[in-house]
Design a binder for this molecule. Structure first.
Ligand SMILES: [Cu+2]
Length: 290
């Protein structure tokens, strides 16, 4: 995998500066000491900051490859339009040329777009490969999309052996710091700096498991087990949402991953094992609530 950390770190600094300036304008700077990892934030420019190797690669592909190409093409087309309007309008050019073919021009406007697509295809396929070829993983979490919440399972052979449902927190249960429409009752927890293999499926209809900060986006399809991975680089809370229209509460099934140190993860694992011992019951309970 190519090392993009230098490029993306610079990009992140620029973005944070821009976001900081925008936020300072918007809110007189009160909240800008806050850590903005893991979610959209006021005054945000560009993508949600990436906190995994894949997310950095996506940032690079979007900000440093696609955006410049799109801007250059748009400006070029705009310049051509203006030139045509000025140079070839009826007043400036009363007797139009009768030319209908120009072989060189036609070859050029076929070949040049093809070359641009080839240039885009190289980093695009490289990124896809990195997303879909899983590195050796440190732990596995199985995620099941349901109408309308997510269930997480931690396999027994890595100290788990339990599962739980994760539902949107009711507004009356929210604590200070909880984000409206993003906070959940049970967060998934993973250790920082570890490769997490995520197995994704669905119980009823197709959902889509998306956490932008990790560069994770994969469909949850009933009867199929999809796989993806992430390696969170910073501790914190990372939010995602279902991104496939899946029914009436599609907008109300957020995803929350809390990234903690290895010791905190071990402690959480021990506590969660006791708390979620009867996983079968929690599923029924959640179904009854909705
Ligand atoms: Cu869904």
């Amino acid at each position: 995998m190519i090392d993009l950390s230098g490029v993306t770190r610079a990009g992140r600094t620029v973005r944070n500066l821009l976001a900081g300036a925008a936020l300072a304008l918007a809110t007189s700077g009160a909240a800008w000491a806050e850590d903005v990892a893991g979610r959209a934030f006021p005054g945000q420019m560009s993508l949600i900051p990436g906190e995994s190797p894949i997310a950095h690669e996506i940032d690079f592909f979007h900000n440093d490859v696609l955006l410049p190409i799109i801007i250059i093409i748009s400006l070029f087309v705009l310049a051509l339009l203006i030139y045509v309007m000025v140079r070839f309008n009826e007043k400036a050019n009363p007797v139009p040329s009768r030319t209908t073919h120009h072989a060189l021009l036609e070859v050029a406007w076929t070949i040049v777009p093809v070359l641009i697509l080839v240039v885009i295809a190289v980093p695009s396929f490289r990124l896809l490969t990195h997303q879909l070829v899983l590195p050796k993983s440190d732990l596995t979490v199985k995620v099941t999309g349901k109408q309308w919440y997510w269930s997480y399972e931690y396999p027994k052979d890595q100290g788990g052996g339990f599962g739980f449902d994760s539902l949107l927190k009711d507004e009356k249960d929210m604590k200070p710091g909880d984000l409206r429409l993003l906070a959940v009752d049970n967060e998934a927890v993973v250790p920082v700096g570890k490769v997490v293999r995520v197995q994704v499926t669905a119980a009823d209809v197709i959902h889509s498991f998306v956490i932008q900060s990790f560069g994770v986006r994969i469909d949850a399809v009933p009867g199929r087990l999809n796989e993806t991975w992430f390696k969170a680089e910073r501790e914190g809370v990372y939010y995602g949402q279902c991104s496939k229209l899946c029914g009436k509460d599609h907008a109300f099934m957020p995803i929350v991953f809390r990234v903690v140190s290895e010791q905190q993860y071990a402690a959480w694992l021990a506590g969660a094992k006791k708390k979620f011992a009867a996983a079968g019951d929690t599923v029924k309970l959640a179904d009854a609530q909705r």
